[in-house]
Write a protein that binds this ligand. Structure first.
Ligand code: TXA
Ligand code: MG
Length: 332
């Protein structure tokens, strides 16, 4: 009873559960998502209830690879189609004018819809077999850290799911580790709503249109200043500030602070090393697990040295995404 009954590695069990109106936690390349059939009003309502998510926060619809965008989106600018062709399946979400296939129960009442084709073999098999859109936010409780393993999902939502009906599809640790890049594609030029692995430079290049840097009229309510937060207090710091912060955070003999920084940065005495990723890619992949680890260890502080956006050329998108998530985790 419990977690064992929820967990499976069999996509056909997930397809059957979705068909029957139950919830399925899906692995993606970014983070795990809590999914319901997009056309199932009651199941989508349960997604909001299980997550504790406000009703006006829209969900991303995950589509089978190769599915036409037209019924989901009322209009698809040429640059948006080029982005879909280039990056799907992959960590890019396009916000488009809402089409007839998508009810407002998925979009929090908005007249736009967010679409993406995730890049994970198990979830692609589910979407293909179901031949339907699946509405899925990240599979964490509202405001908390996104899960990147099935064990994280069990810890977050296990007690809120129904064993024997709902399913957690275990696809191993998520490869990318931070949520998809979100692009507002409702205007003449793309605008960045949330940084992710696909960088703004890649969007401009593949879309063939320069990004519009003006603030978007489209609201992305989940991108609140405070989000992705562990219990421990997160401090986003530069390497030069490390010694001073270690001194101010560690008052007692037992360390109360954890360090999250690239491997090239040494661990000062008095802090717990949460992880030492050798590259920006690995930093993103271990980011959320490291924040969870800080809470599991009962630490009061996380000192995070975010890698520089220009650190590794094409890794620019991930470096920006890491800084974005850490800044939100640090807020408030
Ligand atoms: O990588 C990801 O995008 C993951 C995986 C599971 O696909 N999903 C994810 O979903 O991060 P969620 O719900 O945690 O974040 C989706 C963000 C929210 O900030 C939401 O406000 C925004 O996308 N969003 C969704 N639909 C939108 C819309 N129609 N217009 C503007 N923003 C939208
Ligand atoms: Mg989320």
């Amino acid at each position: 009873m419990g977690a064992d009954e929820l967990l499976t590695t069999d996509p056909s069990r997930a397809i059957a559960a979705l068909r029957d109106g139950h919830l399925v936690v899906l692995p993606t390349e970014t983070v795990y998502g809590l999914g319901a059939r997009a056309d199932d009003v009651r199941a989508v309502a349960r997604v909001y209830a299980v997550k504790g998510r406000p009703a006006d926060h829209p969900l991303i619809v995950h589509l089978p690879h190769g599915a036409p965008l037209r019924p989901w989106a009322a209009g698809v600018p040429a640059y948006a189609q080029r982005l879909a062709d280039e990056f799907w399946p992959g960590p890019l979400t396009l916000v488009l004018p809402r089409g007839g296939a998508c009810g407002q129960h998925v979009t929090g009442g908005a007249d736009t819809v967010a679409l993406r084709v995730p890049d994970h073999p198990l979830t692609l098999a589910v979407l293909d077999g179901l031949a339907e859109g699946v509405a899925a936010p990240s599979a964490n409780r509202f405001g908390r850290v996104s899960p990147t393993t099935a064990a994280h999902v069990v810890a977050e939502l296990g007690s809120r799911l129904n064993p024997g009906r709902d399913v957690i599809l275990d696809g191993g640790p998520c490869r990318v580790g931070v949520e998809s890049t979100i692009v507002d594609a409702t205007g003449a030029a793309p605008r960045l709503l949330r940084p992710g692995a696909v960088s703004d430079a890649q969007i401009a290049e593949a879309g063939g249109v320069a990004l519009n840097r003006a603030a978007s009229r489209v609201r992305a309510p989940g991108t609140l200043p405070s989000h992705y937060a562990p219990r421990a207090r997160v401090h986003v710091i530069e390497v030069d500030d490390l010694a001073r912060l270690v001194a101010s955070c560690s008052s007692s003999e037992t360390p109360t602070a954890g360090l999250l920084a690239l491997a090239e940065i040494a661990t000062p005495e008095g802090v717990v090393r949460l992880s030492a990723p050798p590259t920006v890619d690995v930093f993103a992949a271990v980011l959320y697990a490291s924040l969870r680890e800080a809470d599991a260890l009962g630490l009061d502080h996380v000192l995070a040295v975010a890698p520089r956006a220009s650190a590794e050329g094409r890794k620019h998108g991930l470096a920006e995404a890491i800084r974005d998530r850490l800044t939100r985790a640090a807020h408030g």
